[in-house]
Write a protein that binds this ligand. Structure first.
Ligand code: PGA
Length: 245
């Protein structure tokens, strides 16, 4: 696992966008996974701007959903695939035929990933409890796509998106940590002082299922891109520095 520290959120988003551009220029038919949440919104803006300016070609890429709430109508405004579609997939012109979600079941999404030749680049956000996707604390490092009960911590943090705890579904579907670990490249985006404590736990403590994102320490193809705010109290490192584990 490598750590890249950027001076601020904008630089962090540009650097992750450069990773996406590099991936697509070396393999236009890449299979990509993007998270939802607040952290990737700046990245999506950079990608959409580049698409409009013809600086990137998403024309052959496939997109696999990272996670989704269970038991929601596809048209429900809380649907995570709807969120990704509004913020990224529609603006960059990706049809349903190249977007793969959980609607056909857990076995089907794993089979789709295998049929597409595996995941090339998975971009992740970090939950306040260390979750990746909806892989909550206790998730096995070799877990596969499945239905999972959301923890109170995730329900609380997700309530910021929808206005109240009661509006957050209690279960979700997620790619498993084992599914993610097989990706050729993995990037975890972490921004802001509010993530400093959980980021420190993810990187400094021995990998353990109680902190799902700590599994990244075991993966040489994983990079954490963070801004200074998220490491201000976590690590004594300078902007643009790199650390390896
Ligand atoms: P955030 O969510 O990007 O809104 O902080 C991350 C997550 O919970 O996975």
């Amino acid at each position: 696992m490598k750590l890249q520290i950027k001076p601020d959120y904008e630089t962090l988003c540009s650097a992750v966008a450069d990773e996406v551009f590099a991936q697509l220029s070396c393999k236009p038919v890449s299979v990509l996974v993007f998270p939802t949440g607040n952290t990737p919104l700046g990245l999506f803006k950079v990608l959409v701007t580049a698409h409009i300016a013809n600086r990137v070609d998403f024309g052959q890429a496939h997109f696999v959903m990272l996670d989704e709430y269970a038991d929601l109508e596809a048209s429900d405004h809380r649907s995570l695939s709807g969120w990704l579609r509004r913020e990224l997939l529609d603006p960059i012109g990706i049809g349903q035929d190249r977007c793969h979600g959980f609607e056909w079941g857990m076995k089907a999404i794993e089979e789709t990933i295998a049929r597409l030749g595996g995941l090339d680049l998975v971009i992740l956000g970090l939950g306040p409890n260390g979750h990746l996707g909806f892989n909550e604390p206790g998730s096995a490092f070799n877990s596969r796509a499945r239905l999972i009960d959301l923890t109170p911590a995730s329900i609380r943090s997700n309530s910021a998106y929808w206005g109240a705890d009661d509006l957050v579904p209690r279960q979700g579907y997620t790619l498993g940590l084992g599914t993610i670990a097989k990706a050729r490249s993995i990037i975890l985006m972490v921004s802001g002082a509010g993530k400093a404590s959980i980021l420190r736990n993810c990187t400094a403590q021995k990998p353990h299922t109680s902190i799902p994102a700590s599994c990244l320490q075991l993966l040489p193809q994983a990079k954490i891109y963070t801004d200074v705010a998220a490491v201000s109290n976590a690590l004594s490192t300078q902007p643009d520095s790199q650390q390896s584990k």
